[in-house]
Design a protein around this ligand. Structure first.
Ligand SMILES: [Zn+2]
Length: 470
C-alpha cells in the first residue's frame, strides 16, 4: 500500500495555496493507481515521501464530567489527497456500548482542511461512550477511535437547622426542621434511625424553587429517636444528609398487663419505608367503622413507626386464604361481611385479621368484621367494635393471641368482660415493637420492586402464605 514519492518540500506558508488548488490537484493524484504521479507530492502532509492517508483522533483528557457538559474531539487527517468523511457515533442504548450505534455528527476532512472539531454533549449521570470512524470516498478505512467518560452528579449542598433535643408526648405538635438544599425543588425527608442503622422516612416534604424547605419532625412514633434530614439523589444531584438530631416521644397513657406476646407468621415485617396503603370496603360498614380503623392505625403507628395512607374505598372483599387478587395500589383491605359470605365469621367470631407474606415480607393484609348484630347497649357495642378493630389490625401487623386477659391480643374481646380497651397494653406493645420500623427499617423493597413482587406472589418461587386469626 505504501508508495514511494519524489519528495517535494512544502513550506508552511505555501499550505494555503495548496489548499486552494487541492480540489483540482486531487483529480490528477491517485497514489493507488499511479504511485509516481508528481501531482501527489502536494498531499504528503507529513513530508515523509510516502502518501499514506489516515485519520487520527484526539479525545478529551477528562475521564469524568458533569451532566450538561460538552466535550470536544478532534479529527486530523494525514496525506489526504481527496475528501474523507468522518462519522461520530454513540450507542443507541446508552448502557450497551457494544450494541448498535447512531451517528450524531459527520465532518469532512479535505486536503485543504485537514482538521475538524466535533462537540460531544454528554447525558445524565452514568457512562457515555463515543466512537468515530473515517472512510474515504471509495469506502477505504482510514482510522477509528473511541472514548468513554463517566458522567457524575453535581454535589448537593444541604444546610439544616435541627430543633434542639426535647421530650414530647405522642401526637404533640411537630417542630419543624428548616434549611436550604441546592437544586431548587426536590424531595426532602426527615428520617429516623432504625435499630439496624438503616434510616426510615417519617415525613416527606419538598424544597421550594429557592431550595428552602420546612419539614415536620413527626411525634407519632413512641421512642427515643435519632433523626436527620435527607435529600435523596435526583437525576442530576447527589444525595445529602444533615447531622443527627434527637427526639424522645413518650406514650400518652400507662399500658398495663404483662409483656406476653406472640407473633402470627413469625417475625416477618411490613415494609416500613413506604406508607402502607389501606382501603375500606364501605358495603355493610358499621357506623363509626372508619373512625375505629383510623384510631387503630394511629395506635399501630405509635408503636411501630409504620405509616399508613388511605387508598380510598374498594368493592373488593378479601377471602381468608384466597387468591390475593387485590386491586393495584392497595395493601390492606378492611371490609364487613356476614358468615354466609365468609364462613370463618360464623359462630361467636366477630372479626378476623391477617396478612399475606411472600419472600419473608408482609405484603397484603385484610380485616373482616362480622355484620351480625349483637345484643348489647349501643354505647357498649361501639366500644366493643373499637377494640375488635384494634385486635384485628394487630393480627394484620403480625401479632398472635396471648393468654393474658389484660392484653388486646387476648382472643376474647374485652378479655371476656364488657370492659373494652381502645389502646394496646404492655405485651401488645412489646410484640408490635418487634414488628415495627425500629426493628430494621426497610424490608429492602422499593415501591417499584414491591409492585413486581406482588406479581410474583403467584409464582412458584414466592408462594404467598396467608396467616389469619379471629
Ligand atoms: Zn384474634
Amino acid at each position: 500500500m505504501l508508495k514511494r514519492w519524489t519528495l517535494t518540500l512544502l513550506t508552511a506558508s505555501l499550505l494555503p495555496l495548496v489548499a486552494v488548488t487541492a480540489a483540482a490537484a486531487s483529480e490528477e493524484c491517485d497514489p493507488y493507481l499511479d504511485p509516481s504521479n508528481p501531482a501527489c507530492a502536494a498531499f504528503d502532509t507529513d513530508g515523509d515521501g510516502w502518501l499514506e492517508p489516515r485519520v487520527r483522533f484526539t479525545w478529551p483528557t477528562e475521564t469524568s464530567t458533569t451532566p450538561g457538559a460538552t466535550l470536544v474531539a478532534t479529527a486530523t487527517g494525514d496525506d489526504l489527497f481527496r475528501p474523507v468523511t468522518v462519522t461520530f457515533a454513540r450507542p443507541v442504548t446508552r448502557d450497551d456500548p457494544w450494541g448498535d450505534s447512531i451517528a450524531f455528527a459527520t465532518v469532512t476532512l479535505a486536503p485543504g482542511a485537514l482538521s475538524a472539531q466535533v462537540a460531544m454533549p454528554v447525558g445524565e449521570p452514568g457512562t457515555d461512550h463515543f466512537s468515530a470512524e473515517a472512510l474515504d470516498p471509495s469506502g477505504r478505512f482510514l482510522g477509528d477511535g473511541s472514548y468513554r467518560v463517566a458522567v457524575g452528579r453535581f454535589a448537593s449542598a444541604l444546610d439544616a437547622d435541627l430543633p434542639a433535643p426535647r421530650t414530647v408526648t405522642a401526637g404533640a405538635a411537630s417542630q419543624r426542621v428548616t434549611g436550604t438544599i441546592s437544586g431548587g425543588e426536590r424531595v426532602v425527608v426527615v428520617q429516623v434511625r432504625a435499630r439496624d442503622g438503616e434510616w426510615v422516612d417519617v415525613a416527606t416534604g419538598r424544597s421550594s424553587a429557592s431550595g428552602a424547605f420546612s419539614v415536620p419532625v413527626p411525634t407519632y412514633w413512641v421512642g427515643s429517636h435519632t433523626f436527620r434530614v435527607h435529600a435523596p439523589a435526583t437525576t442530576l444531584l447527589t444525595e445529602a444528609s444533615s447531622g443527627p438530631g434527637s427526639l424522645k416521644v413518650r406514650r400518652g397513657y400507662r399500658p398495663t398487663g404483662s409483656t406476653q406476646h406472640a407473633l402470627l407468621g413469625g417475625s416477618s415485617r411490613w415494609n416500613a419505608c413506604t406508607p402502607i396503603r389501606y382501603a375500606v370496603n364501605p358495603a355493610r360498614m358499621r357506623k363509626g367503622g372508619k373512625a375505629d380503623l383510623r384510631h387503630a392505625l394511629r395506635e399501630v403507628s405509635a408503636a411501630t413507626g409504620l405509616r399508613f395512607a388511605s387508598a380510598g374505598t374498594t368493592s373488593h372483599l378479601p377471602r381468608p386464604g384466597g387468591y390475593p387478587d387485590y386491586p393495584d395500589g392497595i395493601d390492606i383491605i378492611v371490609a364487613w361481611a356476614s358468615a354466609k359470605q365468609v364462613p370463618m365469621l360464623a359462630g361467636s367470631t366477630v372479626g378476623i385479621g391477617g396478612s399475606a407474606m411472600s419472600n419473608g415480607q408482609r405484603m397484603l393484609g385484610a380485616v373482616l368484621l362480622d355484620t351480625e348484630s349483637f345484643r348489647r347497649p349501643p354505647a357498649e357495642l361501639r366500644r366493643m367494635w373499637r377494640e375488635v378493630m384494634l385486635h384485628e389490625v394487630g393480627h394484620v401487623v403480625g401479632l398472635s393471641h396471648v393468654g393474658d386477659r389484660r392484653l388486646v391480643m387476648y382472643p376474647s374481646v374485652g378479655g371476656g368482660t364488657n370492659r373494652f380497651r381502645d389502646r394496646f397494653n404492655r405485651g401488645d406493645l412489646t410484640g408490635l415493637v418487634k414488628l415495627g420500623a425500629g426493628a430494621g427499617g426497610c424490608t429492602g423493597e422499593t415501591e417499584y420492586v414491591r409492585g413486581a413482587a406482588r406479581t410474583s406472589l403467584l409464582g412458584p418461587e414466592a408462594p404467598v402464605r396467608w396467616v389469619w386469626d379471629r
